[in-house]
Design a binder for this molecule. Structure first.
Ligand SMILES: *[C@@H]1O[C@H](CO)[C@@H](O)[C@H](O)[C@H]1NC(C)=O
Length: 407
């Protein structure tokens, strides 16, 4: 008993350190979104958590039995619609029938089709300014996509009522895959992420042997089982059977209700640094990569050579230094490709892990930092990243230009 108390205190302290340091404690049970998501009353939810906790207490104190106890509650029903099992063949047949379709480079070679996918909630934000920031992140994404001839799909519809909030990307990607056999890669990006390097391009050839690309680190995921060892705020997933299978394996952990509660407990039990809040898509992916490693790990590339996702806190204070010393096109800490406002909730104000003032100020700076790379092609610049005002640019400035179209 003493050991157990010690252990939980230690874990609790570690968890606090982690969430404090990284600001990644995404939501506690006080989050007002929670009831809405699981569609239970607060009492029902408390009872459910209580019940699972009691079962855990009574179960043997070893990982295997705790894991299977929790896995039991994650209903293994298929939630993403009719199962497709011959998608690779269907895509080959589609390509054979449509040899002349699809976009091509100037030299006639078929272009690798990439579609950026993002989205936000169907209703207005609680905070009026939230919608303003969502508009800014959308403008930023439209700019990047038009500069690089990437398709974009922005979703505001609730496609699957059993998979909400951060889980809604799964049914969305599933639907888009089956509707766009011509698209090779889907690129999910959260609405709270900005492109901050308008020139950098995905090194897509590097991923020829992979079906998924996520920002993350091998050691953190596979050795440390850390739930922040990768980030699902910006990732690539290939349009193929493997990916449909992954989405099918991933989805059960995100079903509203008991499954999502059990998943949260399961991840808290299995992963390092994670509290027992409702099951989230990021923990679920880490969990799948570790627990079903033979199935998923080989085709999943953990990228860390540039910021496919960049944690805003370590980047935003250096924008001026970057502009002084470097230039767009680098994508790494010298000029981050993506700056992701993890832990900020522009739509819900101060419910995030960071005060909204700080988030808003830095989002404005990130937007202007990126927007300069667009405006400068038209001869204008935001001289001060903190304000929206612009002036005529002087010629010395960096120039992204439209000459660098994808390919
Ligand atoms: C940039 O604008 C902010 C907000 O108006 C202001 O506080 C700051 O002093 C300005 N910085 C410079 C270098 O002018």
């Amino acid at each position: 008993m003493v050991l157990r108390v010690h252990l939980s205190v230690c874990l609790f302290v570690i968890v606090l350190m982690f969430s404090g340091m990284l600001g990644l404690e995404r939501r506690g049970t006080k989050d007002p979104d929670l009831e809405e998501t699981v569609q239970l009353t607060a009492t029902e939810f408390e009872e459910m958590v209580e019940l699972t906790a009691t079962e855990l207490e009574e179960s043997a104190w070893d990982d295997t039995s705790r894991t299977s106890l929790l896995e039991r509650d994650i209903l293994n029903v298929h939630t993403l619609g009719e199962r497709v099992s011959d998608w690779d063949d269907q895509r080959v047949a589609y390509a054979a029938k449509n040899v002349n379709s699809g976009s091509r480079h100037f030299d006639g070679k078929r272009r690798v089709n990439v579609m950026l996918v993002s989205g936000s909630q169907p209703m207005p934000c609680d905070k009026p300014k939230g919608d303003f920031f969502i508009l800014k992140t959308l403008k930023n994404k439209v700019d990047y996509c038009s500069l690089h001839s990437i398709d974009i799909f922005y979703n505001m519809a609730q496609l699957n009522t059993r998979m909400q909030k951060f889980w809604s990307k799964l049914p969305l990607l599933h639907t888009l895959m089956l509707s766009h056999p011509d698209v090779e890669w889907f690129w999910w990006m959260d609405s709270d992420a900005f492109f901050t390097d308008m020139k950098f391009e995905l090194p897509i050839e590097k991923y020829a042997n992979y079906n998924m690309v996520v920002h993350g680190w091998y050691k953190d995921v596979y050795e440390d089982k850390n739930w922040v060892g990768l980030n699902t705020g910006s990732f690539l997933i290939r349009n193929c059977q493997w990916s449909l299978d992954l989405l099918d394996a991933w989805a059960p952990y995100g079903q509203s209700g008991k499954a999502q509660v059990a998943a949260g407990r399961l991840f808290a039990n299995y992963l390092h640094g994670r509290l027992a809040f409702e099951g989230d898509d990021q923990s679920a992916l880490v969990y799948l990569l570790i627990s079903q490693r033979q199935k998923w790990a080989e085709k999943t590339f953990l990228e860390s050579t540039y910021f496919l996702h960049g944690y805003w806190v370590i980047l935003v204070d250096d924008f001026e230094k970057m502009m002084e010393r470097y230039h767009p096109g680098l994508g790494d800490e010298r000029w981050p490709f993506v700056t992701h406002f993890v832990g900020c909730k522009p739509c819900h104000g101060n419910y995030g892990s960071y005060p909204m003032d700080r988030c808003a100020k830095q989002m404005e700076r990130a937007f202007n930092f990126a927007d300069n790379q667009v405006l400068q092609t038209y001869g204008y610049v935001h001289p001060n990243l903190s304000t929206h005002s612009v002036e005529v640019d002087t010629p010395k400035a960096t120039n992204v230009g439209r000459e660098k179209v994808r390919g």
